[in-house]
Design a binder for this molecule. Structure first.
Ligand code: GDP
Length: 363
């Protein structure tokens, strides 16, 4: 099912949202649909009103990307790490009491988390699986992963409106890189994509996003550094509606989850999306650096509470020997990992398939 269609596959109508004329110079929200008045509290950033905020739509260039590296290849390090140890422990078939302790330790070392590792081992032992301990652990690990639609793509629930992906997470986790990869992926599939440079905290972030936008051949809506991120997202939605674009991907400033005001600001961006596209619930993707281990889990929980995550992208899985965080995070949040990053290149983003993942770990 194409992602710009409604979930119920009704043909998209353009009646529900009046395409707003492009407003490249606008700072204040414009082209609001009938019945909604902007709430000044949503645009209360004092910096924004002082900064001219020209929204820019870059020229389009043809995409050159394809989705590349396989999950199997990307997981080489992970597989060579805790999983090979686990296999070594489980592979003999016969497992005595002390070996289960080692299995538990190995799971903990692989970032599954202590409490979960203990539970897993208890459940695996209790299974008395005829396939042996490996089959038992494998089945228990697979059971932790959230059921999902294997054909998932971002979709618009609003007739005539774009699908929206809001990308959140702590600085340095790979947000911008992942946005670039996602843009290339969807452009490669024939969709029109607009990026929103709503990380207005750092001028460098806007520039970095432009570089990825150029690579993917997509326009980027940006204001000046320091502008209100909500206004940037708002203008990007306007531009997408005016152009009939399929997808808006919004970058956001990397927030330390302990900084409440920044988390509140993110919640505000979320509200602006809800107001400009009522009913068009965005996909809120949390970018998690797999090398940060259990600390990343704490980050994810804080973001989930603040904005309600709907998906996770686990980056840098190529550079860590610990893949257990996948199980920990899905079990803790009940939110699916949508993609994994397995390198720095544009094609190094792989759709996450739980069965293939477990199979690849034990291969
Ligand atoms: P942001 O601050 O969250 O936007 O993070 P960036 O997108 O700037 O990425 C931070 C660093 O991580 C950069 O050096 C990226 O090349 C690198 N990076 C991002 N994703 C991956 C990945 O999947 N694998 C590897 N090895 N590096 C990655």
């Amino acid at each position: 099912m194409p992602f710009w269609r409604r979930r119920n596959d009704e043909p998209a109508s353009t009646e529900a949202i009046e395409p707003a004329p492009p407003q490249p110079e606008a700072v204040e929200p414009a082209g609001v649909e009938a019945g909604w008045e902007p709430d000044p509290a949503d645009f209360d950033d004092p910096v924004r009103s002082e900064v001219p905020a020209p929204a820019e739509l870059a020229a389009e260039t043809p995409p050159t990307t394809t989705v590349g590296a396989g999950l199997d290849a990307g997981l080489q390090r992970t597989r060579g790490g805790f999983m090979s140890r686990l296999r070594g422990l489980l592979g003999g078939g016969e497992i005595g009491g002390p070996s289960w302790d080692e299995v538990e330790e190995t799971l903990i070392a692989g970032d599954v988390g202590a409490a979960l590792a203990i539970e897993l081992v208890e459940r695996a032992r209790a299974r008395r699986d005829p396939g042996g301990p490996e089959a038992a652990i494998r089945a228990e690990l697979a059971a932790l992963l959230v059921p999902r639609d294997p054909d998932w793509t971002p979709h618009s629930a609003v007739p005539g409106g774009p699908a929206v992906v809001l990308v959140v997470g702590v600085n340095g986790t790979g947000k911008t890189t992942t946005i670039g990869k996602l843009a290339s992926r969807y452009v490669g599939e024939g969709h029109s994509v607009i990026l929103a440079a709503a990380d207005t905290f750092r001028a460098a972030a806007i520039e970095q996003l432009r570089i990825w936008a150029d690579r993917a051949g997509v326009p980027v809506v940006a204001h000046a550094p320091g502008a209100d991120p909500g206004a940037v997202v708002y203008d990007a939605l306007d531009a997408a509606i005016a152009r009939g674009a399929d997808l808006v991907i919004a970058d956001t400033a990397g927030r330390l989850h302990t900084r409440t005001n920044l988390m509140d600001e993110l919640a505000k961006v979320r509200r602006i999306i809800d107001k400009r596209l009522p009913g068009g619930t965005p996909e809120t993707l949390f970018i998690l650096d797999a090398t940060t281990g259990q600390n990343g889990l704490a980050q994810a929980k804080a973001f989930h509470e603040a904005v309600g995550l709907t998906g996770i992208v686990l980056t840098k899985l190529d550079s860590t020997a610990k893949g257990g965080i996948v199980f920990a995070i899905e079990d803790a949040l009940g939110v699916p990992v949508r993609f994994v990053g397995v390198g720095e290149g544009v094609a190094d983003l792989v759709a996450f398939d739980p069965e293939a993942f477990v199979a690849a770990l034990f291969a």
